[in-house]
Design a protein around this ligand. Sequence first.
Ligand code: ADP
Ligand code: MG
Length: 226
Amino acid sequence: MIENFIELKNVSKKFRDKNEDIIVLDDISIKLPTNKLVALTGPSGSGKSTLIHLLALLDTPQQGEYSLLTSGNLFSYNEKQKSDYRKKNLSIVFQNFNLISDLTALENVMLPNLYLGIKKIDALNSAKSLLTQVGLENRYNHRPGELSGGEQQRVAIARSLINKPKLILADEPTGSLDTKNAENIIDILKSVIDEKTLIIFATHNKSLVNKSDLELTISNGNVIFN
Ligand code: ADP
Ligand code: MG
């Protein structure tokens, strides 16, 4: 286990809405180790997506520092450095799947590997193996429109795993799924956690929180462990 895998120091994020500032994260500092499944909870509008976007380097705060291992302050990286870092070290699963509709399940899963310059044949084999792991070995050549919501989400999970990211972020990945499919997704995520991996997922679902190792709750701009 890596003790201080993630370190956020004095992070503040606000949005300007018309004339007033909405303070979503108010000077938060947290440390998180690897080898955990972390449920990120809090009421709607509390800042779960905001925190996930910050951790995914898709947004920058007004103040604060973020390090993953010995990366230095990731918030000070330029866009190119962030993009490179993101490709190699982390992945994000969105609630609405964000699959590319013209590509088959296999092609969607292969894509992050191809962006890293991995050979097509190797990407293909990894994608097949991941789709099999999520129970979609009979759906390789289906396009997203030909898959159910649960199946699309499993493709999105497979895609998020192909580059073996150290940090996997998921924003309400089971939001549109029934309980059985939702628990299945969480079980798949749990199965890839190891000494070098951390998974953080936003959820409203108590039974999924119960399956997690830690619960991190955002409330009134603060973040607390439950
Ligand atoms: P959650 O994911 O917990 O529902 P969000 O992180 O999406 O909450 O949003 C937190 C707060 O920040 C909300 O009040 C939301 O309206 C506001 N917010 C989020 N993104 C923006 C934005 N781009 N511009 C203005 N306000 C935003
Ligand atoms: Mg959200």
